[in-house]
Design a protein around this ligand. Structure first.
Ligand SMILES: C[C@H](O)CC(=O)SCCNC(=O)CCNC(=O)[C@H](O)C(C)(C)COP(=O)(O)OP(=O)(O)OC[C@H]1O[C@@H](n2cnc3c(N)ncnc32)[C@H](O)[C@@H]1OP(=O)(O)O
Length: 688
C-alpha cells in the first residue's frame, strides 16, 4: 500500500486515488495470524507508529492528492482504519464496517481510536469499539462514517468521480483526523468516557484492554489526535503481547478450526441440501432447536405424542420468537413469516419428505430405540437420523436399526436457540457425508459445531462433570457454597457450580450425575446433598428453592437453611469438616474445582473423543461459558504448566482419594514437562 501510494503520488498522470478491495470484499483487517510471530519474537514487530503515523497519516491522509475508499463486503479492523484515512468513503448497502479489535485482546492500532470518534461522535465510536459490532452501509451513511451508499456495480466509478470532484473542489476534501464537528463538547465527552469506563468495569471486570482503549481515545480528545495516535501505538505494543491477546487469538483460530475434521472434511464431499427437518419432542430442548432452525429459514415439523404436549411445544417456540419481537430485534412481519415455517403433527405421515430428523425426547434408552426403528420405516433413505441425547451411547440408540451410517448426535445446549455450541457426535459407523451435512446445517443456523466421538457425556458434559462433583466434595468438607460460586464467577465463568445446578434443575443434575457415577465409578464423587434437598421439594430455580432462594424476578439470594442439608450429607458421607478446606483461598478453590476438569479433559483428548485440544477449548468456551479470554480449558491449563497441575492433583489424591487422581496422559505430559495440549497422536486410540 505504501509503495503504491508513493508511486501514485509521484506520477503526474495520477490525479486522485481510489482504494478498493477484491472479490467483493474490502478488507478483514490486519493479518491475525501474524500476531503469533510478534508474540514469540520470531517476527519483528513493526516500528512504533509505522502504519498509523508514517503510512496512514503522513503518506495517505496528508497527500497532495485526494483518495476515496470504495468499500464492498466488509471493512473491519485495520481495513476500516485504512478506509478512514482516505478523504471520503463510498460503500454498498450490505457492507459491514467495524472495529472488532477488542475481541482479540488488542485495540484498533491503525488510528481507529482517533478517527472513528471524529467521524461518528465519541458515544457511537465507543459503542462500536467496546461491543465490536459492525454497522451496515445505510447506518454508516447516517452516522457519517461513509459519504455515499451505492450498488456494487457503481462503486468504483462513483468513488472515482468523487475523488475528481474533491480535486476540483466540488466536494469537501476531509482529513478525518482533524475533524471536530462530530466530537461532543469536552464536559460532555468526559461524562461519556466516565460512563463507558464504569460500564466496562462492571461488564468485564477481568479485562484491562477495553479500559486502555478508552484511555487512548481520551488522550486524543484531551491532548489532540496526534498525541492520541502515539498513545494508541504505545498501548497496542503492550496489548499485542498480553496473555489476553494470546488467548483470544487462539480462540479465533480454534473456532474456525472446528470444521476441519481429518478424514471427513478433506474427502471432497459436498454438503447435501437440507430443506425439511422434523423434530421429535416439543419440550425445552425440542422447542429451542425448532426455534433455531426456523430462524434460519428451515421448514420444521414438530412431532409430539398428544395434542396437549404438541400445543405446549408450539407455544414455547412462539414465546421464543415473541420475546425477540418484544425486545425489538424482530418485526411482526418477520415473526409471522418465521412461525409459518413450523408445523405441528402427531404422527409420522409427513416424515416421508424430511431430510433430517432430530430426536429430542426424554433420556430413555428403550423409548429412543423404538423411535429410531420407527424413523427407519417412515423417513426416506437419505434422511439423517440425529439424536439430541446428552449422555446416552448412540450405538445403543441405533442398535435395532440397519441405518447406523446415518445415525448421528446433534447435541444442542439449552436454550438451544441461544447457546452457540453444537456438539456433533459420531459413532464408528456414522458416514462422513452425514457429518458434512450436519456441519453445514450447524454453520447455517449460526452455531459453532464441534465433532466429537461417542462416549458417556461426549465432550462437554464429560469434561465438566467434575465441576459440580468437586464443588460437592469441598462443601461436604467445610468449604462455603457461596464462596465457591463467588470464586468461580470472579474467575470469569457465567455462574458457579451451585447456581448452575439450580438453573439446570436438580432432576437433570442427578440424572446426568448418575450416568457418570455408573460409568466412571473410580473417579466419581458421590454426594447425597442434592437428593437430600430434593426430599425437601427443592428442584432449583423452577421451585424457587435450590442452593439459593429466588424471588419472582429470578434474583438469587443465599439460603441460611442450607446448612442443615450439608450437615446431613456430611454425616452420610462419613466425613468431617477439614479445617484446611473450610478456609480455602480463592486460588485454591479455583484449582480444586478446575484441575479435575482439566484432568478429565485430558482423558477425553487421550481417548481421541476430540480430534484436537483446540476443539475442547472451544467446547468449554461455547458450551460451558469458560472465559474465552483465558483461551479455553487446556490453553489455560498450559499457562499454569502440566507439572504444577499434576503435582497439585497428586497431592489431593493422597488426601481425598481417586477423584483427584491424575490420569496417565497428564502424568506423561508432566514427566516430559510438555504442554497438555501438545498432540499425542501415537498414544491416542482414536475413537473417531
Ligand atoms: C492494527 C489493527 O487494528 C488490528 C486488526 O486489524 S486485527 C483484525 C481485525 N479484524 C477482525 O477481527 C476480523 C476477523 N475476521 C472475521 O471477523 C471474519 O473472519 C470475517 C467476518 C472477516 C469473515 O467471516 P466468514 O466469512 O465467516 O469467514 P471465516 O471462516 O471467519 O474466515 C475465512 C478465513 O479467513 C481467515 N481470516 C479472517 N479474517 C482474518 C484476519 N483478519 N487475519 C487472518 N486471517 C483471517 C479465517 O481464519 C479463515 O481462515 P480459514 O479458511 O483458514 O479457516
Amino acid at each position: 500500500l505504501k509503495e503504491s501510494y508513493e508511486q501514485a503520488l509521484r506520477r503526474d498522470d495520477v490525479k486522485a486515488i481510489v482504494l478498493t478491495g477484491a472479490k467483493g470484499k474490502f478488507s478483514g483487517g490486519f493479518d491475525i495470524s501474524a500476531f503469533g510471530g510478534i508474540q514469540d519474537g520470531t517476527t519483528p514487530a513493526p516500528k512504533r507508529g509505522y502504519v498509523s503515523v508514517e503510512i496512514l497519516s503522513d503518506t495517505m491522509e496528508a497527500a497532495r492528492k485526494p483518495s476515496v475508499a470504495a468499500i464492498d463486503g466488509l471493512a473491519l479492523g485495520g481495513g476500516l482504519e485504512v478506509a478512514m484515512a482516505c478523504h471520503a468513503r463510498i460503500s454498498t448497502r450490505t457492507t459491514q464496517l467495524g472495529l472488532p479489535e477488542l475481541q482479540l485482546g488488542i485495540l484498533p492500532g491503525f488510528g481507529g481510536t482517533q478517527r472513528l470518534p471524529r467521524l461518528v461522535g465519541l458515544a457511537k465510536a465507543l459503542e462500536m469499539m467496546l461491543t465490536s459490532k459492525p454497522v451496515k452501509g445505510e447506518e454508516a451513511l447516517s452516522l457519517g462514517l461513509v459519504d455515499a451508499v451505492v450498488s456494487p456495480n457503481e462503486l468504483v466509478d462513483t468513488a472515482r468521480r468523487w475523488a475528481i470532484d474533491m480535486l476540483e473542489r466540488r466536494k469537501p476534501w476531509v482529513s478525518s483526523l482533524y475533524k471536530t464537528d462530530k466530537l461532543e463538547p469536552l464536559p460532555e465527552a468526559r461524562e461519556i468516557l466516565k460512563f463507558a469506563r464504569a460500564q466496562t468495569r462492571r461488564q468485564a471486570p477481568n479485562l484491562k484492554h477495553p479500559l486502555l482503549c478508552i484511555d487512548a481515545v481520551e488522550e486524543g480528545i484531551v491532548s489532540g489526535p496526534v498525541a492520541g495516535l502515539w498513545k494508541e501505538a504505545d498501548v497496542f505494543d503492550i496489548l499485542v503481547k498480553s496473555d489476553t491477546c494470546r488467548s483470544l487469538v487462539h480462540i479465533f483460530f480454534a473456532q474456525r478450526g472446528t470444521t476441519k475434521v481429518p478424514g471427513v472434511t478433506d474427502l471432497g464431499l459436498k454438503p447435501r441440501k437440507i430443506k425439511n427437518v422434523a423434530i421429535l419432542g416439543g419440550g425445552l430442548m425440542g422447542s429451542g432447536i425448532a426455534t433455531a432452525l426456523i430462524l434460519s429459514g428451515y421448514s420444521v415439523i414438530l412431532k409430539e405424542v398428544n395434542n396437549d404436549f404438541l400445543q405446549g411445544g408450539l407455544g414455547r417456540v412462539k414465546a421464543n420468537l415473541q420475546s425477540r419481537v418484544k425486545k425489538g430485534s424482530m418485526t411482526q412481519e418477520k415473526f409471522d413469516k418465521t412461525l409459518s415455517l413450523l408445523k405441528g403433527v402427531l404422527d409420522y405421515d409427513s416424515f416421508r419428505n424430511v431430510d433430517m430428523v432430530i430426536e429430542a425426547v426424554i433420556e430413555n434408552i428403550s423409548l429412543k430405540q423404538q423411535i429410531f426403528s420407527d424413523l427407519e420405516k417412515y423417513c426416506p433413505p437419505h434422511c439423517i437420523l440425529a439424536s439430541n441425547t446428552s449422555t446416552i451411547d448412540l450405538s445403543l440408540i441405533g442398535e435395532k436399526t440397519k441405518s447406523q451410517d446415518r445415525i448421528i448426535g446433534a447435541h444442542f445446549f439449552s436454550p438451544a436457540h441461544v447457546m452457540p455450541l453444537l456438539e456433533i457426535v459420531r459413532t464408528q459407523k456414522t458416514s462422513p457425508q452425514a457429518i458434512v451435512d450436519l456441519l453445514d446445517l450447524g454453520k447455517k443456523i449460526k452455531k459453532t459445531p464441534v465433532v466429537v466421538g461417542n462416549c458417556t457425556g461426549f465432550a462437554v458434559n464429560r469434561m465438566f462433570f467434575p465441576y459440580t462433583q468437586a464443588a460437592l466434595l469441598l462443601v461436604e468438607r467445610g468449604t462455603d457454597v457461596y464462596q465457591i460460586d463467588k470464586a468461580i464467577t470472579k474467575f470469569g465463568m457465567p455462574m458457579g457450580p451451585f447456581r448452575l445446578c439450580d438453573l439446570v434443575g436438580f432432576g437433570v443434575a442427578v440424572a446426568t450425575g448418575t450416568q457418570f457415577v455408573m460409568n466412571f465409578p473410580e473417579r466419581s464423587y458421590k454426594s447425597m446433598l442434592i437428593p437430600l434437598m430434593q426430599e425437601d421439594k427443592r428442584a432449583g430455580e423452577t421451585t424457587r428453592r435450590g442452593f439459593y432462594l429466588y424471588d419472582n424476578k429470578r434474583k438469587a439470594s443465599p439460603d441460611p437453611e442450607l446448612k442443615k442439608f450439608i450437615e446431613k450429607a456430611r454425616d452420610m458421607a462419613g466425613v468431617g469438616i477439614d479445617p484446611k478446606l473450610a478456609k480455602l483461598s480463592e486460588k485454591d478453590i479455583l484449582e480444586m474445582i478446575f484441575f479435575p476438569v482439566v484432568n478429565e479433559t485430558c482423558r477425553v483428548l487421550a481417548e481421541g473423543i476430540a480430534v484436537k485440544a483446540a476443539d475442547l477449548d472451544i467446547a468449554g468456551v461455547m458450551g460451558m461459558g469458560f472465559p474465552p479470554y483465558r483461551g479455553g480449558i487446556l490453553f489455560w491449563a498450559d499457562s499454569l504448566g502440566s507439572k504444577y497441575i499434576f503435582s497439585r492433583l497428586s497431592l489431593w489424591a493422597k488426601t481425598y482419594g481417586g477423584f483427584f487422581e491424575p490420569c496417565p496422559y497428564m502424568a506423561d505430559k508432566a514427566a516430559k514437562g510438555a504442554p497438555l495440549s501438545s498432540s499425542n497422536n501415537d498414544s491416542m486410540q482414536s475413537r473417531l
